[in-house]
Structure formats: structure tokens, C-alpha cells
Design a protein around this ligand. Sequence first.
Ligand SMILES: Nc1nc2c(c(=O)[nH]1)N[C@H]1C(S)=C(S)[C@@H](COP(=O)(O)O)O[C@H]1N2
Ligand SMILES: [Mo]
Length: 317
Amino acid sequence: MFIRHAPDIAPSEITDYQLYLNRRSFLIGIAALALAPTRSALAAPPAGESLPAARNEQFTLKDPLTPLESITSYNNFYEMGPNKDDPARLAHLLKPRPWTVQIDGHVARPRRYDVEELMRLFPLEERVYRLRCVEGWSMVIPWIGYPLASLIKLVEPTSKARFVEFTTLHDPAQFPGQRKSLFNLSSIEWPYVEGLRLDEALHPLTLLTFGLYGQVLPNQDGAPIRIVEPWKYGFKSAKSIVRIRFVSEQPKTAWEKATPKEYGFYSNVNPAVDHPRWSQATERRIGEFRRRKTLMFNGYADQVAALYAGMDLQRNF
Ligand SMILES: Nc1nc2c(c(=O)[nH]1)N[C@H]1C(S)=C(S)[C@@H](COP(=O)(O)O)O[C@H]1N2
Ligand SMILES: [Mo]
């Protein structure tokens, strides 16, 4: 199953991947024992439950994987709190099952889906993508999901649909970061809203994501369903989505509303356009000390540059 003899695989990658597979087979065993009889009645968080998916080599980077430990302990998820370790600490408050996702707006087939059904509509794939946070760090993550395009085609956008808006759950009982208090000085107006142009949402790289590292999404990574948009800064990849709406006007996103001079609608990874308060020319891969050069469109320029042909990317940042 894990056989890639290519000499370009770093020993560190092999170690991470072996660890991952060992842990995965262990978890599959545990999950089978614990969950077999009552799966449909299960409303508890399925964290750690295995989610098998065939790897799509066409969309798999050869970079060493970031360890699962880092992916689940160093997070941005402001609904859970402003610090990187808040999500891991408070993730147990989120109940990702049962969960429904409303799909509406300018589509011929609006519908509310149970996330279990949504997850089974199309074959799941594993894809290794880089995630580049606007703050200057990056990770390499084996995501599990299917192209958002498959779902979009199923619900049939009408000619009025020009953008897609994603909305995260708003529930202060599950998300302490949404409670009003002196300690929550977050400038985000809840719920968290993100958006893409329809052609970006239809791009084959855009992944509707249900898992990572062979298991269902850990709560702190946006369970039970999130978007992953690998050529854009991480904040475009909205977590714990409850609504996907097709609209004709460009959505007002949460970060744009909070700090319009710092966060634009497009937010394509671009080493030539600095954040007003820091350079975007380099980044630090979590787990490494050296800084790497940030790549145009996070390294996906060959695949996505055509989406922005003729656009001024300094203005449309
Ligand atoms: N709803 C919601 N989605 C979110 C965020 C958030 O605070 N709330 N943070 C974003 C940011 S800034 C990043 S870098 C990524 C981090 O994803 P990860 O924690 O799975 O690595 O999630 C993005 N999605
Ligand atoms: Mo981020």
C-alpha cells in the first residue's frame, strides 16, 4: 500500500508516513471494535475514526508531510480562541455529528444535506497540499475529500451564480471564541464567512474536505466539513461549514470586514505583495528552522494563474 521507492523521498517523510500508517491501522482496529454496531445512531464526535481514501497522485506533493501532532496542535480557529493552542484545548466542545449543510442561493437544486450523506456522494481522495498561512508559516497536509466542483455540478448553479459563499457554524455554546467577553477582543463578526469566485470554486484543486491523515477531520481542523483552497492564504479555507450559498455579488468575508486594508477578497499566495505589516516573501515550514521562499500561488501557478489573467494582483490582493 505505501510503496514509493523514489530516491527523492526524504527519510523524514518516510518516518512521518510510516508513523501515520502504523497509527492508521491501529485506529482502524479501534474504530471497528468501538463503532461497528451503532454507527448510524452515533451522535458523538467521531474524532480518530478512520476514513479510507485512495491517494490521487496527480494532486500529491512530494514534500515531507507535517506530523499529525503539529497539524492538530498548532491551529488557527478563532471560534475556539485567538491562540494557536486554543483549538486543540477546546476542540472537544464542538459536536460535529449530527450536522447538516444548507446549499442554497442561485441553484436549481437547493437542499439541506446531512454531512454523512454529503461525504458519500462522490469517491473520497487523499491529496497532499501545502497550506500557507498569511502569518508566514506553512504545513504539508494529506487531506481527504472530493472536488467541490462535483457537488457544484450536482446542485446546478443558475446563470445568476457568480460567487460561492461559505458560512461557519455560529454557536457560542460550542465555540467559546464567539462568546462576548473581555477576553474575546477578536475583531471578527460572527459567523465566519468566506467566499470564492465561481470559477475558483470549480477549479479541480478546490477540495471539499472531510478528513486528513486517514481519519475524519479532527475538530480543531474544521470538522466535519471544510474547504481547502491550496493556492490561497489559509484563512480562505473555511472550517466547520453549515452553509454553501451561490450568490451574484462578491461576498463580504469575515477578514475583509475586520481589516480591509490587510485582507482582500482574493488572498492568493503572492510573495511579491506584502501584507501591510510584514513581508510575504518567505515562510517557515512548521517543524523546520530555515525559511523557505514563498512560491507564487503557493506553488500552484501552472494550474491556477490563468484564472487571474489580465488582473492587477497588487490591487486585487
Ligand atoms: N471558521 C474558521 N475557519 C478558518 C479559520 C478560522 O479562524 N475560523 N482560520 C483560517 C486560517 S487563518 C488558517 S491558516 C486555516 C488553518 O487550518 P488548520 O488549523 O487546519 O491548519 O484555517 C482557516 N479557516
Ligand atoms: Mo492563516
